[in-house]
Structure formats: structure tokens, C-alpha cells
Design a protein around this ligand. Sequence first.
Ligand SMILES: Nc1ncnc2c1ncn2[C@@H]1O[C@H](COP(=O)(O)OP(=O)(O)O)[C@@H](O)[C@H]1O
Ligand SMILES: [Mg+2]
Length: 249
Amino acid sequence: MLGLLITGTDTGVGKTVIAAALVRVLRARGINVGIMKPFAAAKGVFSRKYRSKDTAILARAAHATDTDREMNPFFYSVPASPYVASAVTKQKKVSMHTVLDAFNNLAIKHDIVIVEGIGGLMVPLTETETFADFVKILNLPTIVVARCSLGTLNHILLTVNASKAYSLDVMGLVMNDFPKRATAVDKQLLTAVKKLAGVEMLCVIPKVATVTNKRFKIEEIVADKILPRLHIETLSLRYFKNEPKGEAT
Ligand SMILES: Nc1ncnc2c1ncn2[C@@H]1O[C@H](COP(=O)(O)OP(=O)(O)O)[C@@H](O)[C@H]1O
Ligand SMILES: [Mg+2]
């Protein structure tokens, strides 16, 4: 596995939080993790080093030394889809060629590249290409992050349908932001997702007070429920070196 995509049913559902947790969990196991936020759009740049806040969060989690432009080839300075943002700001339009080159360069340098999407699968990159086209070209195994609040079932089913239309390799769903005091509706939502989504529900992440203080709780769930699905033993020779010496077969 060269890469893994974390997409979402919408913007603000927890893609960055889940991707960063996964990066930290992999790194803690001796995997050389690269990160990519191929397309980002926000009101102005985040810092001198990283134009996008998401790139900054993920690069920090990975201890990445790659440049901002390698990890985030396309940044737009208005919060909108790349298609709309490039028209408004007159910044360069997305070039699939550029972004695929950037991914390949990162994939050479790292055991695995965790890629965070932008918005959801149908975000238009250009007049003729969506974010799902990018995922399809790379054939990246995909995790879909969804929120647990009103409207999410509709977004989940739309996302799963879109992933089928593009023949994407969806590993499963992460239900994020599950309320602390769950009501009957909250609990039934999870049952409904299991029954209706048509893809596996990988895990449920609780709503935490502050992500920075409680990130270990999220990492624990990710390590327990998602990591075993990634077959990391095939990713890195260094991983084996970290294993206690025993009967190597
Ligand atoms: N499980 C959670 N508990 C509490 N806050 C969360 C949780 N997941 C995400 N958040 C917060 O919600 C906001 C959106 O999350 P983020 O990961 O940036 O979403 P996305 O990358 O999908 O836009 C952030 O402020 C983040 O810290
Ligand atoms: Mg994000």
C-alpha cells in the first residue's frame, strides 16, 4: 500500500483529526509516514512555512521534512472548491499531472503516504475533474469520515454511492464526534449506518473536549480498529527491525 486516503462526507467532519491520529499511530510503530493535502483552500495562508493549516497539522504529526509545495501542490486563498477558487483568485487551475507527480515523489520517499481530501468526493477540481477522479487515478484505499449529527445518513449514502460510481476502494467509515450522552436517536443512527451504508463501519470516535488534550483517546481507537486493516508489516523493513528478535520466518 503506497497511500491511504482520508476523505469525508463534508468539510469539517474530522478528516484532519483522524488523518493526524493515524499518522501518529503509524509513526509510533516505526513507519516512515509521508503526508499529503493535495488541494487546500482557506481564507489566507496559515503560516510562513505552511499555507494550509491542515498541512501544518499533518506535517507536524508526521515530523515531515518535505516542502509545503510537495505536500500541498495546490493552495487557494479563498475557502472554496479548487474549481471555484481558481476562478475567483485567478490562481493556477488544478493540474492533475502536477498533483500526481507530487504524490509519486512522496511515495518514493516514504513507506506510506496519508492523503487528506478536500471537502467530499464530488468536490470539483476543474470543469471536468472531481476529487474522486484524483482518487480513482491513484486507486487509493479510502476511509470516509462522517459526523454523527442530523443529516449525516444522507451524506453517507451519497458518498458511498459516489464511491461506487467511481469504483473506489472504500475500506470503511469512521463515525466521528459521537456525543458523550448518546440519545436513542444517536444509538439508532449507528445501527442504521451498519445496516444501510453498504460499507463497513470501522469505528466510532467520541466527541472530545479538546482534540489537543484528548488526542491519545482518538489514537487508541484508531490503533485498535484501523491499524490492523493496514497490514503495516508489509510496509517497512524498519518495522521488522523494531520487532523483538525471535523466530523470523
Ligand atoms: N472527535 C472530535 N471531538 C471534538 N472535536 C473534534 C472531533 N473531531 C474533529 N473535531 C474538531 O472539529 C473541527 C473540524 O475537524 P477537522 O478534522 O478539521 O475536519 P475536516 O478536516 O474534515 O475539515 C476541528 O476544530 C476539530 O478539532
Ligand atoms: Mg481538514
